[in-house]
Design a protein around this ligand. Structure first.
Ligand code: NAI
Length: 327
């Protein structure tokens, strides 16, 4: 059984691919680059393709199908980058790798605390030996209302973590969870917009919630609201967020994901002129913390994701029940 692995990182993933590939009896064809029409032929004769967040559109799906690929697995939880309709059209099944939720939940707590304690400003000042206090006074989480949108695995874990801080927690999801009710009150989105001091996003990106945070919803939020996004960039209209930071309506933001991040994140662009103005502006604000889609990135996650993505290929090819298959 052959698997084509794209975006293989030599410094952290390689050893795990070698270990689990051997243990599972898989032959791996590896490539450090994102899949594209130019390198799709690497998957010739492979049963499965293993990718990360790079977009797989209809054309690329067709190219993989022509190579004989039957299963595409993404080493991520989200799979909004894959054209699922095209996968169905070409008879390719799709799987994801839902590793443990703690890494992202920890990271969201960190971005919330960094935002309310003005940590970006503090670090910039400390680096310049500016040890003054004016302008860097923070707030305490216990005095705040946090709105958590999406109470799946990550949202639920975050809510449990946040309950230790003594803040009021509002939650919203299409489906409610009993466990969450121990710590938070389920409310309509409108209540979150009106009452939350901090809003943190934990839903997948779908056609229904693209630009969930936009000029209209921001206008309904509290003045000085803090927005944290460790889910997907497309949930927030970047232009609207920029306008709201400029006007002071949004008091701070912590963004692990942004719109149009593909092709930028995970590559060294220090000598390049980039064409993502929104990212450049957001990075420039002293009250907006930006990181490059790495909330997931822990030692535990890398190992688990590599293992599960390959196990999923094996189960699929053996026709066994596959808990990672999404369509
Ligand atoms: P999950 O599938 O366990 O939970 C997602 C929750 O969102 C579900 O409860 C679902 O009902 C809810 N939901 C879906 N659409 C909704 C909508 N329109 N309105 C309200 N709720 C909605 O997923 P999990 O593991 O908690 O991950 C959440 C998201 O976090 C992923 O889809 C992914 O986009 C993102 N993520 C980001 C990472 C990073 O490194 N920054 C790493 C891992 C995940």
């Amino acid at each position: 059984m052959k698997v084509a692995v794209y975006n293989l990182r030599p410094f952290d993933e390689k050893e795990w691919f070698e270990k689990y590939g051997e243990e599972l009896g898989l032959t791996l064809v590896t490539c450090p680059d994102a899949p594209s029409l130019a390198n799709a032929a690497l998957a010739e004769g492979c049963d499965c393709v293993d990718i990360i967040t790079s977009p797989i559109d209809r054309e690329l799906m067709a190219a993989f199908a022509a190579c004989g690929v039957k299963y595409l697995v993404t080493r991520t939880i989200g799979y909004d980058h894959i054209d699922l309709a095209a996968a169905k059209e070409f008879g390719i099944h799709v799987g994801n790798a839902p590793y443990g939720p703690n890494g992202v939940a920890d990271y969201a707590v960190m971005l919330i605390l960094m935002s309310i304690r003005r940590m970006k400003r503090i670090m910039q000042r400390t680096n310049m030996q500016d040890y003054t206090l004016c302008g860097i006074q923070g707030k305490e989480l216990k005095d705040m209302t946090v709105g958590v949108i999406g109470t799946g695995r990550i949202g639920r874990t975050l809510i449990r973590d946040l309950s230790g801080f003594g803040c009021r927690i509002l939650a919203h999801d299409l489906y409610e969870s009993e466990e969450v009710r121990q710590y938070a009150e389920y409310v309509p989105l409108e209540t979150i917009w009106e009452q939350a001091d901090v809003i943190t996003l934990h839903t997948p990106l779908t056609n229904d919630n693209f630009h969930l945070i936009n000029a209209d919803t921001i206008a309904r939020m509290k003045d000085g609201v803090v927005i944290v996004n460790t889910a997907r960039g497309g949930l927030i209209d970047s232009q609207a967020l920029i306008a709201a930071v400029e006007s002071g309506k949004v008091g701070a933001a912590g963004l692990d994901v942004v719109e149009k991040e593909f092709g930028l994140y995970y590559y060294d662009h220090k000598n390049d002129i980039l064409d993502n103005r929104e990212l450049a502006i957001l990075r420039s604000f002293p009250n907006v913390t930006v990181s490059h889609h790495m909330a997931f990135y822990t030692d535990n996650e890398v190992k688990t994701v590599v293992r599960d993505s390959l196990s999923s290929c094996r189960l699929f090819m053996e026709g066994k029940e596959n808990p990672w298959e999404v369509v």
